[in-house]
Every structure is written in structure tokens, then in C-alpha cells.
Design a protein around this ligand. Structure first.
Ligand code: MTE
Ligand code: MO
Length: 528
């Protein structure tokens, strides 16, 4: 058998060096500052730049796992480039130096491009990472210099004491074993450092813990949620969606961890008296409660990107009054600490619905996932134009002058929530025994309210469902329909009518750009 005398592939060496460089840069970045992670910043840039068609495809294929897939993708691409640089380094080490420096520049540039990014820390982190990676690569692919030959007459080979000269085969084996040991060590150290980095960041207390926030009392609280008459059907969505079950949609690869001491909310732009509030200032303003159903424009018919919560916070109209909105300022833009923006017409804030700068959700401080410490919630508008989480600024501008994050990405500038109904019970594809049983679900048309829900079996006549008491016009209502199920396969359809008397649109239309329409339809099998 022919033993190769080259040490472990230079490609593998490049991969190991790339892992070491990435891990080192990440750990240094996370230890030193928030918003300095080069990998997260690159991922965020990818998210912000992908063409809408690619993004649609990614969401279709990967669903909410798309962020994880993206991170794994970035890692694999980096390791691939590492392999290429390893191969190049075996011939000309300078190429690898150039490659690692390019990596460092890209990582730093991505961090610099992020609002709230810490590019100087990132630069230090990637420099250390690149140095570690290159040092390792050099050891792995560049053979150590030959020991200097003694000058002058030498004793014949093997004559004197001393180690037997190593055969090429031995050398290769030692190299390979050494390489394996090194690879395992690098992987182990990278893993341990990563965990330590996360732990340390937590221990350093990055970001206020929402659990430490003490909310201010509400002047006129709503009746306790428990007293709301809700329908009790197994499998039916509760009237209030618990926080931990509430859908989460945002572009944030890492959820912002905000320190309350330094957080400020600015009201700026076309206003007479711009001002800034600390979190305590916000809590000192009159607190109101409001039940509002929040829906995502990406929700397909029958989908679960919708939830209902009791929000507590400050009326947006109070803040606008204090700032003095100038004539012509017809758009309100919410800006997030992470740079995300959503904008909606100013008239929406003043037409009687009551948008909130919310600080609490279902009686608890906003969870980090849902915008801690403050977010906008606007009844009747899809989240993408209105519900800015991790809110840092409310800016008055014009509709012409500014487009929120999703508008140039192919979604409508205005995002009123479509009237929708969803069947929760029975589940799609269920097998149920024949006999009387409930068909139940929820229906929503925020700001218009729901006046009726009807159910049709196998394209038969529409029959009226029974509705839960409305909390208000801005929330969904539960509905239940008594069904005498006959054996066989059946199609069940539901449709809602809003408070203005308009029945929901039957045409089946995909979410982009205005939100999905169509009647939720499920098929079930009834056994005899
Ligand atoms: N900062 C920020 N706020 C955001 C988003 C985002 O990506 N970033 N997504 C919006 C969208 S598209 C929706 S549907 C709602 C979802 O709010 P939730 O995650 O609390 O359910 O938040 C909105 N607010
Ligand atoms: Mo959304």
C-alpha cells in the first residue's frame, strides 16, 4: 500500500483554521460588546438583501427554521472557503493571508452596516480571529524548516548515538495523528469557548431582564380576562393567546437585549416639540389597557401567525399631542433599535382606534421576543407596517418620503388586516366518529369587528355559528357550529362577516402583497 507523505490535506487544514478563526472572532466579539458578532451581522445583511422571490422560497421550504438554516449555510460557506484557502496556502501562503484578511473586512463591514453595531469591537475580534486562524494554518500546511546540516566531516549514518532517522511513512503517520489531535482540540476549544462566551455575556448582564420590571397601575383596568365569556371547546384557540404561544415574526437573527438605563424613546421628525422618554418616563405617563388581535401579513388562510393579547401602555395619540404633529406629516414611522422600520398613515393614529406604545402583554412586561421594553401595537394594521418591536423612535414624516422595511421588498405600503376566519376544530385531516360534534374556530376583522361566522359542509348551505361575546372591535371572536357528522369524507368551510356587513373575500390569493384571502377549508373523515 502506498503511503502518502503529504500531511493531512491542506483543505482539511484550511477548514480547521476557518473554524478556529470564526470561533475566536465570535467569542471575542460577544465578550466585549453586544452587536459586534460578525456572523450574526453577515446573516442579517443576507436577510436584508435577499430578493423577495428567494425569501418566499426559503420561508416556504424552511418555515420559521429559515434563520437556523441561514446560519448553518453561512458556516458551511465559510468552511468551504477555508478549505480553498488551505489548498492555496500549501502553494503560496500569501493567498491565505489575503483570504483571511478579506474575511475580517467583510465581517467588520457587516457589523458597521448594522444600526447599533459595534464595528470597532468587531474589528478587534476578527483581527484576533484571523491571526489565530492563520497561525494554525501556517503550522498545518507549511513544513517546519529543515534542521541545519552540520558542517564538516560527519560520522557515517547510523554510527553514532541518537534517534534513528524517521522514515517518510513514520513522518506521515505522526503528522496525521498530530493533525487529528489538533483538529479535535480546536473543535473542543471552539465549542467550550462558545459556551463560555454565551454564559459570560449572560453573567455580565447584557440587557435588563424583563422580569425585573415593575409596571405602573392602569387607571381604568379592563374586566379580568377570566370574566370574558369564552367558548370552551377542546382544541379551540383561547380568547387570549398566552405569551409563550404567541407567534413571533421578525428579521432579528439575535433578539435585541436592551439595557433600560440607556434605552430612550424619541418622538422626532415633523413635530413642533421633539422629545425623548426614558422607560421610567414612559411608565409615569397615563397607562391604558387594550385588547388587540395582531396578525401577520404572511399568514396564509387558516395559518397561525395571528394572536390576541391584552396590551398595556401609553396611547400613541398622547405622545403625538405632546410633540405637536406638523401639517403635512402624514406618515408615522416606528424605528427599532435594530434598524427595522414600519410606517403607517398618521390619520390611523387619530381616527378613533387607539394605537399603543405597549410595555406589557397579558399582564407581564413585554417578553424580549415580543419587543421589550416597548413596541407599537396598532389595531387593524398588519404587523409589518405598524407593530415595531424594540421601539427606539417614533418619527413623523410623509408617505412620499419614506418606505418601511417591507415596502421595497414587494409588500403593500398600506396593510389593513383582511377579515379572516380559521377552523381550529376538527383538525385538518382528522378522523372523527359520526354524531353530533362541534366545529369551532376564531374570526377577526380588527377595527371592524366580527358580526357573523358561517359554516358550510360539502358546499351545502351556509349555517350560522354561535359567537363568543366580543371583547371589542379590535379582537377576534371564537365561534362554534354544531355539526351532526355523517360517515364519509367531508369538506368544511368557514367564512366571516365583519361589523360593516362585508363578508370576507372568497378569492384565494397568496399573502404577497396585501395579505391572503379565501375561505379556510378543511377535509375530515367521519367513521361509522
Ligand atoms: N423590530 C422589529 N419589529 C417588528 C418586526 C421586525 O422584524 N422587527 N416584524 C413585524 C411583523 S412582520 C410582525 S407580524 C409583528 C409580529 O409581532 P410578534 O412577533 O410579537 O408576534 O412584529 C412586527 N414588528
Ligand atoms: Mo408580519
Amino acid at each position: 500500500m502506498q503511503e502518502s507523505t503529504t500531511s493531512p490535506g491542506p483543505a482539511a487544514a484550511g477548514v480547521v483554521a476557518a473554524i478556529a478563526a470564526l470561533a475566536t472572532a465570535e467569542v471575542v466579539a460577544r465578550l466585549l460588546a453586544t452587536g459586534a458578532s460578525p456572523v450574526l451581522a453577515v446573516g442579517q445583511e443576507v436577510i436584508d438583501r435577499v430578493p423577495p422571490a428567494v425569501e418566499d422560497a426559503a420561508i416556504t421550504v424552511f418555515g420559521t427554521a429559515d434563520k437556523l438554516v441561514l446560519l448553518v449555510g453561512i458556516l458551511l460557506v465559510s468552511l468551504g472557503i477555508g478549505a480553498a484557502l488551505g489548498l492555496a496556502a500549501a502553494r503560496r501562503f500569501g493567498v491565505a493571508v489575503g483570504g483571511f484578511v478579506a474575511f475580517a473586512v467583510v465581517g467588520t463591514a457587516a457589523v458597521a452596516a448594522r444600526p447599533g453595531g459595534a464595528p470597532f469591537v468587531a474589528a478587534v475580534a476578527v483581527a484576533v480571529g484571523a491571526a489565530v486562524g492563520l497561525g494554525l494554518l501556517r503550522r498545518l500546511v507549511v513544513p517546519p524548516p529543515e534542521p541545519a546540516r552540520p558542517v564538516g566531516p560527519s560520522p557515517g549514518a547510523g554510527a553514532g548515538p541518537g534517534p534513528r532517522p524517521a522514515s517518510p511513512t513514520d513522518a506521515a503517520q505522526t503528522d496525521r495523528r498530530g493533525f487529528l489531535r489538533l483538529a479535535v482540540t480546536v473543535a473542543g476549544v471552539a465549542g467550550a469557548a462558545g459556551l463560555a462566551g454565551r454564559g459570560a455575556a449572560r453573567w455580565l448582564g447584557r440587557g435588563t431582564d424583563p422580569a425585573d420590571v415593575v409596571l405602573s397601575p392602569v387607571a381604568s383596568p379592563l374586566p379580568a380576562p377570566a370574566s370574558a365569556t369564552s367558548l370552551e371547546v377542546d382544541g379551540l384557540s383561547p380568547l387570549f393567546t398566552p405569551n409563550h404561544e404567541f407567534y413571533r415574526i421578525d428579521t432579528a437573527l439575535a433578539v435585541p437585549r436592551i439595557e433600560l438605563e440607556t434605552w430612550r424613546l424619541g418622538v422626532t421628525g415633523m413635530v413642533d416639540r421633539p422629545f425623548e422618554l426614558s422607560f421610567d418616563d414612559l411608565l409615569a405617563l397615563p397607562q391604558v389597557e387594550s385588547d388587540i388581535t395582531l396578525a401577520c401579513v404572511s399568514n396564509g388562510v387558516g395559518g397561525d401567525l395571528v394572536g390576541n393579547a391584552r396590551w398595556q401602555g401609553v396611547r400613541l395619540s398622547d405622545l403625538l399631542e405632546r410633540a405637536g404633529v406638523q401639517a403635512g406629516a402624514d406618515q408615522i414611522v416606528g424605528r427599532s433599535v435594530d434598524g427595522w422600520t414600519g410606517g403607517f398613515p398618521t390619520e390611523v393614529a387619530l381616527d378613533g382606534r387607539e394605537p399603543l406604545v405597549a410595555v406589557a402583554m397579558n399582564g407581564e412586561p413585554l417578553p424580549r421576543d415580543h419587543g421589550f421594553p416597548a413596541r407599537l401595537v396598532v389595531p387593524g394594521l398588519f404587523g409589518y407596517v405598524s407593530a415595531t418591536k424594540w421601539l427606539s423612535e417614533i418619527e413623523l414624516t410623509t408617505m412620499d418620503d419614506f418606505d418601511g422595511y417591507w415596502v421595497p421588498r414587494g409588500w403593500s405600503k398600506l396593510g389593513p388586516v383582511n377579515t379572516q376566519s380559521r377552523i381550529d376544530v376538527p383538525r385538518f385531516g382528522a378522523r372523527t366518529p359520526a354524531g353530533r360534534q362541534p366545529i369551532a374556530g376564531v374570526a377577526w376583522a380588527p377595527t371592524r369587528g366580527i358580526s357573523a361566522v358561517e359554516v358550510s359542509i360539502d358546499d351545502g348551505p351556509w349555517g350560522e355559528a354561535r359567537l363568543s361575546q366580543p371583547l371589542d372591535e379590535d379582537t377576534w371572536r371564537q365561534w362554534v357550529f354544531d355539526w351532526d357528522a355523517q360517515p364519509g369524507r367531508h369538506e368544511i368551510r368557514a367564512r366571516a362577516t365583519d361589523g360593516t356587513g362585508a363578508t370576507q373575500v372568497a378569492d384565494e390569493v397568496a399573502p404577497r402583497p396585501d395579505g391572503a384571502t379565501g375561505y379556510h377549508t378543511i377535509a375530515v373523515t367521519v367513521t361509522s
